[in-house]
Design a protein around this ligand. Structure first.
Ligand code: NAI
Ligand code: MG
Length: 402
């Protein structure tokens, strides 16, 4: 994600505790320097919402790895508050979260989310009662979804070369077809009608495109692809195309192309190596990122952000996947997407070294290939994979301190 977006909302951001400073580290959360100067280690106030289904299984594992990574690198600690919001909460209280849920979350540095939705509650009620109000209420307009084929992970694409799939989908996260504008009327009649309006504002489109250009600029290939359907949607996507061209003129160092979403979906399969950063509307980004996640081996590896880059509100970090009712309760969900999402949270909060260590530990686990969940061809449980990632993380921590 764009480096300038890394910022902590907490008022007492004091110090980066590096290797040398660690020599004087003598108590939890405190580093003491010669001369008696005492600095508190960064602590992050995190709201944890495991949600439903496998969200409840992968989130505790992700939290465990987060805590270990912060401690191993003497970088940060976490002040966690857990919330039981989700479908069970809905069945008891008639809502997915309390009426003042956003006020409660507002005070946190970030939100670490599992998944929401279960067959016990209609999906449009669960999603629109929890995840979407948080994304839209906190103006988390940037959804960043990296997809990279990790060592040891088989892709469903035959013969794909290592490194050939390394892309990021940047999804607009507050408007488009998910804006919630529309209606349904004349229920039960033959002339019943439902309309769901795609909302694009100049403000909303420009800021996500600008974010994607800034991100593309930080990557070696500096290429940005715009996904639209301007041939069929002559108003909304043509506005998007116009703004894309305007903003592109300010980024001569980034190469661009624009492609209709159907052909782009095919290109993800046939020529993934030609893609670097993709910027897409809410719906298209949602669909493409499941596709790219699957191409990178499994939805169980696909991580995601919901960022407000201004930090006016807390941002939220979650796997791309949902609650997977088909495997929930069996302890076999892959926790790597949740762990990777935790790394994206720490990167955003200003701890890129901890984030890199977490991703490196995921990579070491897939490369070793011994402890993997069934989605990656293994037979390990969610917790066993978490332990494997932790042990690779510990080894890295030891390497750093010796
Ligand atoms: P899903 O992402 O939950 O599952 C799709 C397929 O991927 C399933 O076969 C599942 O077993 C597999 N899968 C997903 N995550 C996995 C993991 N970590 N390890 C191994 N396999 C994994 O999508 P689905 O089935 O369409 O939705 C289920 C529920 O989740 C619905 O209620 C839906 O509304 C909700 N949902 C919520 C999201 C969120 O909270 N951000 C995102 C997507 C769906
Ligand atoms: Mg999705």
């Amino acid at each position: 994600m764009a480096r300038d977006a890394r910022r902590c909302r907490s008022a007492w951001h004091l110090a980066w505790i590096g290797d040398r400073i660690r020599l004087w580290y003598n108590a939890e959360n405190v580093a003491t320097f010669p001369g008696g100067l005492v600095l508190a280690m960064q602590s992050y106030h995190i709201a944890v919402i495991p949600g439903d289904g496998i969200g409840q299984e992968v989130t505790p594992v992700g939290v465990k790895v987060l805590q270990a990574a912060g401690a191993l690198l003497d970088a940060c600690t976490f002040d966690l508050e857990w919330f039981d919001w989700g479908c069970d909460y809905y069945l008891k209280h008639g809502r997915m979260m309390p009426a003042d849920g956003l006020d409660i979350l507002r005070q946190f540095d970030a939100i670490y989310f599992g998944a929401c939705g279960f067959p016990t509650v209609p999906d449009h009620i669960s999603l629109r009662g929890l995840r979407l109000p948080i994304c839209q209420g906190f103006d988390q307009y940037v959804c960043v979804r990296p997809a990279r084929l990790l060592p040891g992970v088989p892709s469903p694409l035959a013969g794909i070369a290592p490194g050939a799939l390394d892309l990021i989908v940047v999804r607009e996260n507050t408007e488009g077809l998910y804006a919630g504008v529309g209606g349904r009327t004349h229920r039960g009649h033959a002339h019943e009608v439902a309309m769901q309006t795609q909302v694009f504002t100049r403000h909303g489109v420009e800021r996500i495109i600008r974010y994607a250009f800034d991100l593309a600029r930080t990557r070696p290939r500096r290429h940005l692809t715009s996904a639209t359907k301007s041939n069929a949607c002559q108003y909304s996507f043509v506005l998007w195309d116009d703004i894309f061209a305007e903003v592109a003129a300010e980024y001569p160092d980034v190469t661009t192309d624009a492609q209709l979403i159907d052909a782009l979906a095919a290109r993800c399969v046939t020529h993934p190596e030609s893609l670097d950063v993709i910027v897409a509307s809410n719906l298209f980004g949602d669909i493409l990122s499941d596709l790219t996640g699957a191409l990178a081996g499994s939805l169980g590896l696909a991580a995601s952000t919901n960022i407000n880059p201004t930090s006016a509100y807390p941002s939220m970090f979650e796997p791309v996947h949902g609650s997977a009712p088909d495997i929930s309760g069996r302890g076999i969900a892959n926790p790597m997407a949740a762990i990777w999402s935790g790394a994206l949270m720490l990167e955003f909060l200003g701890q890129p070294d901890v984030a890199d260590a977490m991703v490196a530990a995921i990579e070491a686990t897939t490369a070793a290939g011994r402890v993997l969940t069934p989605d990656l061809g293994g037979s390990a449980t969610t917790e066993e994979v978490g332990e494997a990632v932790l042990s690779h993380l510990t080894r890295q921590g030891q390497l750093l301190t010796t």
